[in-house]
Ligand binder design. Structure first.
Ligand code: PLP
Length: 406
């Protein structure tokens, strides 16, 4: 009875029955292809958000759709009481792509679950309880992941629900980390580039220093690649830029090409602390999600999607940096890696740009209040990126105080 629902009906049903945890844009999308989305009225939008870094291969990539259709006709779910053919296949495809030393994988359903499991594994593997995380970090919304999230706004009012294991240090400051390290520290957890915190890239050499400190103190290094992984930053995993391998790594978002799946990878030694009964998930690694992820990995490797993201991202960042020089009163900084780009704007301008872009039917996201965060599908075309750039340039032209237009 609700087929082809119009926008007014969607909004009305949503406000009656869905908990109000999201501040939604005034649109519902019903179809997508590559970097393009269509709304309930058939209007076309350019997607520079990519489902928050999920749609690395774009919307409805044919290889993913084909794999899902095939698997849906065979088997959807059996539980982890039994061996799962597609899960074993996915693990075998993912393992050779992981940073050096990571060999074993646990599958779950989301980023926060991957982080939750990673923290649990670190505590079990070291017999220690302390976790150090970074200020301004984001690791998810479940209790332990939230306890390691260094932004008060996400933790407010939850008090005793959150384990008080984590302490926070300034991101990018190895000396501050060194001062907090000690024999009770199980793990240091970091994003290789902070995403939700506003696309913050740490200084060169930081991850190497963190690795050394962890080794010195017998602590594990957990890298949270939930947002940065799967080619987003121009390498399959962001830590490859530094050559640093973690002991535990988390993934999710783009791994399933739009189907929920997350994963924890660990060294064989660390992974040995997960024994039957210590961890689990009803849905984790089910045949449908794993079939999608197999298709994602195949496509990412065979089409060298990460290299394409690196080159498109570099070209866009160069253009954005040149634009910043022309409009310093609007754009304060351009930062990021590959196709994970933050455009830092003055005051409320990031939000104003989001609204202006939306009226030009271009979707962007704002992180940390003043950063336009771009996470487009990695398959976005150069022409589509040029369209985004034109919309931004027009905004800058209109918005810049006249005396500051160079
Ligand atoms: N870790 C990082 C780095 C993330 O960016 C996110 C989500 O944005 C999460 C964890 C949580 O992922 P999910 O929303 O799938 O639980």
């Amino acid at each position: 009875m609700y087929d082809n629902m119009d926008m007014a009906t969607v909004k009305s049903l949503d406000s009656q029955h869905v908990m109000a945890t999201y501040q939604r844009e005034d649109v519902a999308f019903v179809r997508g292809k590559g970097a393009v989305l269509w709304d309930t009225e058939g209007k076309e939008y350019l997607d520079m958000v990519g489902g928050l870094a999920v749609c690395g291969l774009g919307h409805c990539h044919p290889a993913v759709v084909r794999a899902l259709r095939k698997q849906a006709g065979l088997l959807l779910h059996t539980s982890n009481l039994y061996y799962i053919q597609k899960q074993a296949e996915l693990a075998a495809r993912l393992a050779p792509l992981l940073p050096k030393g990571l060999e074993k994988i646990f599958f779950c359903n989301s980023g926060t679950e991957a982080v939750e499991g990673a923290l649990k594994l670190a505590v079990l593997a070291t017999g220690r309880q302390g976790i150090i995380a970074a200020e301004n970090s984001f690791h998810g919304r479940t209790a332990a992941a939230l306890a390691a999230t260094g932004q008060e706004k996400y933790r407010k009012g939850l008090g005793g629900l959150l384990p008080v294991l984590a302490s926070f240090v300034k991101y990018g400051d190895a000396e501050a980390l060194s001062a907090k390290m000690g024999p009770d520290i199980a793990a240091v957890i970091l994003e290789p580039v902070q995403g939700e915190g506003g696309v913050v890239v740490p200084p060169d050499g930081y991850l190497e220093q963190v690795r050394t400190l962890c080794d010195m103190h017998g602590a594990l290094l957990i890298l949270d690649e939930v947002q940065t992984g799967m080619g987003r930053t121009g390498k399959m995993f962001c830590c490859e830029h530094s050559g640093v391998s973690p002991d535990i790594m988390t993934m999710a978002k783009a791994l399933g090409g739009g189907v929920p799946i997350g994963a924890i990878a660990a060294t064989a030694k660390v992974a040995a602390s997960f024994t039957p009964g210590t961890h689990g998930s009803t849905f984790g690694g089910n045949p449908l999600a794993c079939a999608a992820a197999c298709a994602v990995l195949d496509t990412m490797v065979s089409r060298d999607i990460a290299a394409a993201a690196a080159s498109k991202g570099e070209a866009l960042q160069r253009k954005l940096s040149a634009l910043m020089k022309r409009y310093p009163a609007v754009i304060k900084e351009v930062r990021g890696r590959g196709l994970m780009i933050g455009i830092v704007m003055e005051g409320e301008r990031a939000k104003a740009f989001k609204a202006a872009a939306f009226s030009s039917r271009v979707l962007v996201n704002v992180a940390a209040g003043n950063v336009v965060r771009l996470l487009p599908p990695l398959v976005i075309t150069r022409k589509q990126l040029a369209r985004f750039y034109d919309v931004l340039e027009e905004f800058c032209q209109k918005d810049a105080p006249a005396e500051q237009c160079l």
